[in-house]
Design a protein around this ligand. Structure first.
Ligand code: FAD
Length: 789
């Protein structure tokens, strides 16, 4: 599920009366003055006549073409029944008949789109003594209130594979030959609302050289070393070349450049470089750059329509065509009684939970807050054990942070994660949500995402309608363009006096909408002072942010907090590492868990856990190769859950039967050789029960030219040796230049007490050490040149 997907129901403020919109004779002939389409029924009958069916068919056709997604009011009034009770029955049955017919005729309509009114006012005026009437009115346009209008970077593999496997069906349920992946379109531009880079200092090339060195160093670092050395270091520390032994960075960046690098991550995905771990950020950074670095044939994309229309509706229709039944209900908890697991579920509209213990398997795919909530009654083993306190407790500050020992930073806070997300900088749950602005004219900033790196609240925006195949029009939709703005930082106060320096989390809905728009326009006008921007006609703040009751009420809850990959937090993620079934690829993660407690099962090769032979967890909070909180990691996690079920089915249920049918292992396998060693690295491992879900480890899909360097590092890491760059001091000359520039510009040393300053100077690399490392590099280059000759 994608919690971010939501519809906004808004009155059609701007559109004229719909039946006046065009000259289509169907409407001008059949629609009454109040915009109500009357459907007549024979006396005492709730069956649709042929004439009524024709009218509804025309209506569905017109709604589909002219309005897109709408809310309909279906109102009925009956005076032709035997008595009042009979009239009520007829009213209910007739509204149902009309609704059913419209749903059948217009695939985009479902229960959500209807407001049924038996005994409704709209129909009363048209009622006749010997026949009943039902009226159909368009009451509201349904606007896409989707947040972020998801970005699909070209490096996504799991998600794209699933989208390619999701056919779009026609109205008869037949495959059209197109898939949901075809609804992705290129977002050709990304742009920054500040002059980039903003540092106008003597030598920007120094900053770029430093950052390029660190990124190259990352590329030639093997995955095992990344896991061992870069998870307890922030991305910013890594880019500085922070040395944990000396406490000194290799590089000092220009202040404006530092600000930009630290801030850009926050704008992108609610983490800043200072708090995100270097392993996760580095992996993601490399993947995001692959399109630029290589001639890859993928593209950064966006959907060509609202997510519901372009993706979820086709997905749901396809699954239903395969026999999947969707049931809308709330999972209250999982419970274990006499080793038997059951789910307690409250059906939609119901009050009480009912027990469901029929399932072969349960995949719990809720968000992380609810994952903890629904597992509190289970024993603290496996994932339920890892989840205990995962969202409800904020741990003390990590020890490497300056001032971590201060008493307030050492507090362990027990909290309600929905009401108090983002309590500390190192809180893994922060808020990422935003506002959509709707415009009466065609408006777009750029042909893709726009990042406002100088806005206080870390804003990014997109005008999605420019990519839609069905463009909104004022007449049809009540708006022509939409701008979705994500607010990445809800805790930093504004620097302007307008809101008295309040953060978004302390502002009312209206204040947030106004302030975000003010920050957007200020940022743009700073760069282009003569810009004239349109005014939005209305806005929508993410409905998952719940505000206090009074109009001035600040947020009191965020129902979808966003998980940030905080430094050092990977180890705390729920247990069970992902497993890549591609046989030729090594698994750098830790494989199977050593001591599995009772009730928890894991395949011998590792992978996700199966609890009490039934329960598997999936979600971005679980461990994935993708790591970063994205749709891609959600999809990868779900695949890992499915693979665990396949393994469990084979081992625990059909193991013996399947083994009987397996051909005995060849001599190569018996001798410990890898049966599959001659297959290509892309060959996915099949299972006797059907194919495993394919898993792609991004670290196995990086720059091919960096592979020899990574392999060399893997060898060194296995032998307990440091990275070759560190051993040779390759970065020391650049580091010396960095300090020289920083001292000349007064950026370094930072204000320190004299004793600390003396200690820092003592740790600076000595001139002798610098010369020695230069001499070593020279020696290696000479040897290399000799070797080539
Ligand atoms: C503003 C914003 C912008 C983003 N932009 C991007 C982007 O551009 N690209 C990208 O890749 N990712 C983006 N993300 C991240 C991405 O949306 C999430 O990582 C992804 O949706 C997580 O998927 P999930 O299935 O793990 O969880 P969710 O999407 O949170 O789905 C969990 C589902 O479980 C349901 N649920 C919860 N509790 C219960 C219960 N008790 N009973 C029944 N159902 C329950 C919820 O209603 C929800 O539908 C963005 C996130 C945010 C907040």
């Amino acid at each position: 599920g994608l919690a971010r997907n939501q519809y906004l129901r808004a009155p059609k403020l701007l559109s004229p009366r719909w039946w006046e919109m065009d000259d289509d004779t169907v409407w001008s002939e059949t629609v009454g003055e109040d915009g109500a389409l009357p459907i007549y029924f024979e006396r005492q009958s709730a069956a649709l006549s042929e004439e009524a069916e024709t009218r509804l068919r025309h209506a569905a056709d017109a709604i589909q073409r002219k309005f897109g997604t709408v809310s309909l009011q279906v109102s009925s009034h009956a005076g032709d029944g035997e008595d009042d009770e009979d009239n009520r029955r007829l009213e209910v049955e007739r509204t149902q008949a009309v609704k059913g017919s419209l749903i059948g005729l217009f695939p985009g309509l479902d229960d959500r789109h209807f407001d049924l009114r038996a005994g409704g006012q709209a129909a009363r005026a048209l009622t006749e003594p010997d026949r009943g009437v039902v009226t159909v009115q368009v009451v509201k346009a349904i606007l896409p209130g989707e947040h972020g209008f998801h970005f699909f970077p070209g490096y996504y593999r799991h998600l794209f594979d699933t989208m390619r496997r999701t056919p779009i069906l026609d109205s008869q349920g037949e495959e059209t030959g197109r898939t949901v992946y075809d609804n992705l379109t290129v977002a050709p531009q990304q742009s920054y609302a500040v002059e980039f880079p903003p540092s106008k200092t003597i030598d920007e090339t120094q900053d770029y050289a430093q950052i390029a060195m660190r990124i190259h160093r990352f590329l030639v670092t093997c995955p095992a070393r990344r896991a061992a050395e870069l998870e307890d270091v922030s991305w910013w520390q890594y880019l500085q070349g922070w040395n944990p032994l000396t406490g000194m960075p290799l590089y000092v960046y220009a202040p404006a450049f530092s600000q930009n690098v630290k801030f850009s991550g926050r704008v992108l995905a609610a983490f800043d470089a200072e708090w995100g771990d270097a392993h996760t950020n580095g992996d993601t950074y490399v993947q995001l750059q692959l399109n630029a670095w290589t001639a890859k044939k993928t593209f950064d994309g966006i959907l060509n329509g609202g997510e519901t229309d372009a993706w979820f509706d086709p997905w749901r229709r396809y699954l239903e065509s395969r026999g999947v039944e969707f049931v809308s209900a709330r999972l209250e908890s999982f419970e274990l009684e006499d080793s038997c697991l059951r789910a307690m579920v409250v059906p939609d509209g119901g009050m009480d939970a009912i027990a469901d213990d029929e399932a072969d398997y349960y995949v719990s795919a809720t968000d992380v807050v609810n994952a903890e909530k629904v597992t509190t009654k289970l024993p603290t083993v496996g994932v339920p054990g890892s989840l205990r306190g995962y969202t409800t407790i904020v741990a003390p500050c990590p020890p490497w942070v300056p001032g971590a020992a201060e008493p307030w930073r050492q507090e362990t806070i027990v909290r309600n994660p929905v009401e108090q997300p983002g309590l500390r900088d190192w809180d893994r749950l922060q808020t990422l949500a935003g506002v959509q602005y709707f415009f009466a004219n065609d408006f777009k900033l750029v042909g893709g995402y726009m990042y406002f790196t100088d806005a206080d609240w870390a804003l990014s925006s997109i005008n999605p309608q420019q990519f839609w195949t069905h463009r909104p029009t004022l007449e049809k939709d009540g708006y022509v363009s939409v701008m979705s703005v994500d607010v990445g930082d809800w805790r930093t106060p504004t620097t302007t006096p307008v809101l008295l320096g309040r953060p978004a989390w302390k502002c009312s809905e209206k204040e947030i909408a106004r302030e975000v728009w003010r920050q957007v326009t200020t940022s743009l006008l700073r760069r282009t002072p003569d810009l004239i921007l349109p005014q939005p006609v209305w806005y929508n703040v993410d409905k998952n942010i719940v505000f206090g009751d009074s109009p001035a009420g600040a947020p009191k809850a965020n129902h979808t907090p966003y998980q940030v990959p905080i430094v050092g937090d990977w180890k705390r993620r729920p247990v069970g590492d992902p497993w890549d079934p591609t046989p030729a690829l090594p698994n750098h993660l830790h494989g199977s868990l050593p001591d599995l407690p009772a009730g928890v099962w894991q395949a011998r090769h590792g992978g996700y856990l199966v609890h009490w032979d039934k329960l598997v967890f999936a979600g971005t909070y679980m461990r994935t190769f993708t790591r970063m909180t994205t749709m891609e990691s959600a999809n990868e996690s779900a695949r890992n859950a499915v693979n665990a079920i396949i393994d469990h089915l084979i081992a625990a249920r059909y193991g013996a039967k399947i083994r009987e049918r397996i051909t005995p292992p060849s001599s190569a396998a018996a001798a410990g050789g890898d049966l599959n060693s001659n297959f290509t690295r892309d060959f996915p491992r099949p299972s006797p029960l059907g194919d495993y879900c394919r898993i792609w480890n991004p670290e196995e899909n990086e720059l091919p030219s960096a592979q020899p360097g990574r392999d060399l590092d893997a060898e060194r890491f296995a032998r307990g040796l440091p990275h070759l760059w560190d051993a040779l001091g390759i970065e020391l000359p650049l580091s010396a230049a960095s300090y020289q520039r920083a001292i000349l510009n007064g950026w370094w040393p930072p204000p320190l007490d004299p004793a600390a300053a003396a200690r820092a100077v003592a740790r600076l690399p000595s001139t002798d050490a610098l010369f020695a490392s230069l001499a070593k590099i020279r020696q290696i280059l000479v040897q290399d040149a000799d070797g080539r000759e």
